[in-house]
Design a protein around this ligand. Structure first.
Ligand code: SF4
Ligand code: SF4
Length: 398
C-alpha cells in the first residue's frame, strides 16, 4: 500500500475518497465544525451514481462519514452499492444507533474498519462533550457487537481541556474491548470559517504532559531527501499519532504538503468536491460535473498539486520542519494562506523539537523577517465553504 499510495500521489491518480453522507447528527459535540441542518443532501440515486464515477476513476479506499451516517435511511443500500463496486470500505460513526443486527449487516457488507468517537472512559465527561445523556453507554455497547463480527474498531479521541487526561483511560478501555485507539488535539474552525470550536483547543503548554508520555512517542522514519541538521539522530519525535501511524506518509508524500488533491479527495453531502474535509478549496460539484472532469481539470487542484514544501515562502526554510505537522487546510483557515505558516503548528513543532533535545528551536515563522515573507506569499487562496451548497470567495486576496 505504501508503494501504491506513493505512485498514486506522484501520478495524481485518485486513490482515497472521504465521503460525508450527511451533516445531520444525533449528537451535539461542543467542538463540532459542522452545520447540522440539511441544506439539500444528495439523493440515493445521486450517491449511487457518484460511487460508480469514483470506482471508474480508480478510487480504492472509501470512508463514509458525517454527521452521523446511520441517520441516512438508505445507508445500507449505499453500502451494498459500494460493496458491489469493490471499494475498501471504512466508516466513522458515533455508534449510537448500531445494534447487533446492524453489526452483522456491516460485516456482510464488506466493511473493513470502523472508527468510533469516544471522549473519555468516564461517562460524565463523554456525555458532557456530546451533550447527549447516556451516549457513552450506548456508544460503548456497540463496540463488542462490532468486534464480535471480526470488524476492526478504533476509538478516536479528540483531546480538549475537558478530557485531556482521559487518554490513558481510553487506551485501557480500547485494550479491554479489543479495539485500537487514536488521540488528536486538532480542533478546527467551523466550515464557514468561524472560530467558535477553537475555545475547546488545548494550549500547547497544557499538552506538554501528553507529549511527554513515552507511550505516545516514537521515532518516525524520515524522508531520504530531508537533511535537517536540527534533528538529533535516534531521538524520539513526540507525536500523538505515533501510536497508530505507520509513518508511511513521510515516504509517500515527499516534498508535498500531504495527500489532499494528490491521491485523496473529499466529497460533501451536497456533492461538493474538495481536496480534503479540512482544506476548503472548492474544485467542483458532482450534481453538475463528472468526478473525473473535476479531478483532472479543476484549476484549484492543479494549483494545489504545484505546491512543494521546499518552496513554501516561510516553511520552506524552516529548521524544525521535521517536527511540524503543518496542515495546508489549517494554514488557510487559521493563517489565511494555504501556503503559509500558522501559529499553532509552529508552537507545537517548537515544543516537540524541544522535547526531542533540540536546543532553542525556532520555527521559521518566529525567525526575524518571517512576517514579511509570509505577507508576500505568491498566491493567497482564500476560499471558504458555505453550507448552502455553494462557495464564496472571501474578499482579501493578496
Ligand atoms: S494535512 Fe490537512 S489538508 Fe492535508 S490531508 Fe491532512 S487534514 Fe487534509
Ligand atoms: S514550524 Fe511553522 S514555520 Fe516551521 S514548517 Fe511548521 S508551520 Fe512552517
Amino acid at each position: 500500500m505504501d508503494r501504491v499510495a506513493s505512485r498514486a500521489a506522484r501520478k495524481h491518480h485518485p486513490l482515497n475518497a472521504h465521503f460525508d453522507l450527511t451533516y445531520r447528527c444525533n449528537e451535539r459535540c461542543v467542538h463540532c465544525y459542522l452545520d447540522h441542518e440539511d441544506h439539500g443532501e444528495l439523493t440515493t440515486a445521486e450517491i449511487l451514481r457518484v460511487l460508480e464515477e469514483l470506482a471508474a476513476a480508480g478510487i480504492l479506499t472509501l470512508t463514509f462519514s458525517g454527521g452521523e451516517i446511520f441517520l441516512r435511511p438508505d445507508f445500507f443500500e449505499i453500502l451494498a452499492a459500494a460493496r458491489r463496486l469493490h471499494f475498501d470500505i471504512s466508516l466513522k460513526t458515533n455508534a449510537l444507533l448500531i445494534s447487533a443486527e446492524h453489526a452483522a449487516r456491516l460485516r456482510e457488507s464488506g466493511v473493513r474498519s470502523i472508527q468510533i468517537s469516544v471522549y473519555s472512559d468516564e461517562p460524565a465527561v463523554h456525555d458532557a462533550i456530546t451533550k447527549i445523556p447516556g451516549s457513552h453507554e450506548r456508544t460503548l455497547a456497540a463496540v463488542p457487537l462490532l468486534v464480535a463480527q471480526g470488524l476492526k474498531v478504533k476509538l478516536a479521541c479528540p483531546l480538549m481541556p475537558q478530557n485531556l487526561l482521559a487518554y490513558r483511560g481510553v487506551m485501557a478501555l480500547a485494550e479491554k474491548l479489543g479495539a485500537s485507539y487514536s488521540f488528536d488535539p486538532t480542533i478546527t474552525p467551523m466550515m464557514d470559517g468561524s472560530g467558535g470550536p477553537l475555545i475547546h483547543r488545548v494550549s500547547t503548554a497544557a499538552l506538554l504532559p501528553v507529549l511527554q508520555d513515552p507511550v505516545l512517542s516514537a521515532c518516525y522514519p524520515r524522508p531520504a531527501a530531508q537533511t535537517d541538521a536540527a534533528m538529533p539522530s535516534g531521538k524520539p519525535v513526540p507525536s500523538l499519532t505515533s501510536a497508530v501511524s505507520s509513518g508511511f506518509e513521510f515516504a509517500a508524500y515527499e516534498d508535498i504538503p500531504c495527500s489532499a488533491g494528490h491521491n485523496s479527495v473529499y466529497i460533501s453531502p451536497y456533492g461538493d468536491v474538495l481536496p480534503c474535509v479540512q482544506l476548503p478549496v472548492p474544485a467542483g460539484n458532482l450534481r453538475r460535473q463528472r468526478f473525473r472532469d473535476i479531478w483532472y481539470h479543476a484549476e484549484s487542484l492543479e494549483q494545489l498539486r504545484a505546491v512543494r514544501d521546499s518552496q513554501l515562502p516561510v516553511c520552506g526554510s524552516c529548521e524544525i520542519r521535521s517536527y511540524c505537522e503543518r496542515c495546508p487546510g489549517l494554514a488557510l483557515m487559521e493563517g489565511g494562506d494555504v501556503l503559509g505558516a500558522y501559529e499553532r503548528a509552529c508552537e507545537l513543532a517548537e515544543q516537540k523539537a524541544r522535547l526531542a533535545g533540540v536546543a532553542h528551536p525556532l520555527s521559521a515563522l518566529h525567525a526575524p523577517g518571517a512576517t514579511a515573507r509570509q505577507a508576500v506569499g505568491p498566491c493567497k487562496t482564500n476560499f471558504l465553504v458555505t453550507t448552502d451548497n455553494s462557495f464564496y470567495r472571501k474578499g482579501h486576496d493578496a
